[in-house]
Design a protein around this ligand. Structure first.
Ligand code: ADP
Length: 374
């Protein structure tokens, strides 16, 4: 709510405002994108002392279903101020002001979102003011639109929100809390730099047409600056993702190369071991053959030796037999001689039938005895 403008908020000499800014200067603004893991898109805006978080879910199924629009998505925005966002504890119950801000933000976003691409669905935008310092609806609109872009929701353009106001009869850009409370009027504006469209415009207080035109012009300049900050934040996030992907792909490539190297090494090793095994096998085969040859030679030799032993034994036995035979003959002859000398008949001779034959035999025997005695 605007004040009466009686409080001095601009230094007459320097033209500086209470926080040291010039009339056309934005508060230090920073946006972080993708700050929430569980949302489809998110953004955190720091605009002066404002800290506002926006989370986007959808397009997703709408409950209750009867609220679904047959030809387009329903954009639902929930602007809430945390109980700790202001100096005095704010009631957690949704206020009229919060419902009004939720509506103007969702209307502004509805104008750029391609809702017809997602019939019968809902796109839910949750805005939580963590710290309030004036101009929260505009900062919330900026954060919400950046979060929508982060969620990949198709839009005609990006909206940037900023308020201008009348402080000590001077049109100033981006009111902070004291200026908002004590100034004579404020104009929150939602502007798309790419479309050159105003999607949100509210006015509190009294402005001349000249002041109003000046205020709108100043707001558009400020919105353009904010749009650059939004773009930068989105680019930073996706540059990070690209870098991560590139890093991952580089890592994957390196891993693949390592794997290929390991596989090729193990292949080479296994090939070498196969060669060695083959060599070993050949060598062992040769060794086996050699052994077999040697063994067969040994066997042959042993066979020969065995044969010669057998032959030797046979020879010995033959000689022994011959000797025995000779001894037997000798014995017989001795007996014959003895019998001839004594004239006694031969013991073993059973019959002597013929005298002539006897004499011939005697003669032969005598001759033999003589030979032997010799
Ligand atoms: P905007 O924040 O968009 O300027 P308002 O003009 O309604 O919206 O509010 C101006 C500022 O007043 C807010 O930014 C906040 O700092 C403060 N304010 C709003 N509501 C409350 C509240 N319930 N209790 C304390 N301060 C509030």
């Amino acid at each position: 709510m605007a004040g009466d403008g009686s409080v001095k908020l601009i230094d007459e000499k320097t033209g500086k405002r209470t926080d040291g800014r010039k009339f056309n200067e934005l508060r230090p603004t920073k946006i972080e994108v993708g700050v929430l893991n569980n949302a489809d898109g998110s953004a955190l805006i720091y605009m002066g002392n404002n800290k506002i978080l926006a989370a986007v879910y959808g397009p997703r199924e709408l409950h209750p279903k009867h609220l679904a629009l047959p030809d387009r998505a329903l954009v639902q925005c929930y602007y809430r101020m945390s109980t700790f966002s202001v100096a005095e504890r704010k009631s957690p119950a949704p206020s009229r002001r919060e419902r009004e801000i939720s509506k103007v933000i969702s209307d502004a976003l509805n104008s750029v979102i391609l809702t017809k691409d997602f019939p019968r669905t809902t796109i839910d935008i949750y805005i939580q003011v963590l710290q309030a310092d004036g101009g929260t609806r505009c900062a919330s609109l900026t954060a919400a639109c950046t979060a929508l872009a982060d969620a990949g929701i198709p839009m005609r353009g990006i909206i940037s929100g900023v308020a201008t106001g009348l402080v000590n009869d001077t049109v100033v850009l981006d009111l902070h809390d004291i200026e908002d409370q004590k100034g004579s009027g404020d104009i929150p504006i939602g502007y798309s730099a790419t479309l050159d469209e105003i999607s949100l415009l509210q006015l509190d207080g009294v402005f001349t047409i000249k002041q109003f035109e000046e205020a709108v012009k100043l707001a558009i300049e400020g919105a353009k600056q904010i749009y650059e900050i939004q773009k930068k934040a989105l680019r930073e996030k996706y540059a990070l993702i690209r870098a991560e992907f590139a890093g991952e792909s580089e890592e994957e490539e390196a891993e693949e190369e390592d794997t290929i190297e390991i596989v090729s090494q193990s292949l080479a090793e296994s090939e070498a071991s196969v060669d060695e095994t083959a060599i070993d096998e050949v060598e062992s085969e040769e060794l086996e053959e050699k052994k077999t040859e040697e063994f067969s030679e040994v066997e042959e030799v042993s066979e020969v030796e065995e044969v010669s032993e057998v032959e030797e034994q046979d020879l010995v036995s033959d000689i022994a037999k011959e000797l025995n035979d000779e001894l037997d003959d000798e014995k017989e002859l001795e007996e014959d001689i003895t019998s001839l000398e004594t004239g006694e008949p031969e013991k073993n001779n059973e019959a002597i039938t013929d005298d002539s034959s006897e004499s011939v035999e005697n003669e032969t025997e005598h001759k033999e005895i003589d030979d032997l005695e010799e």
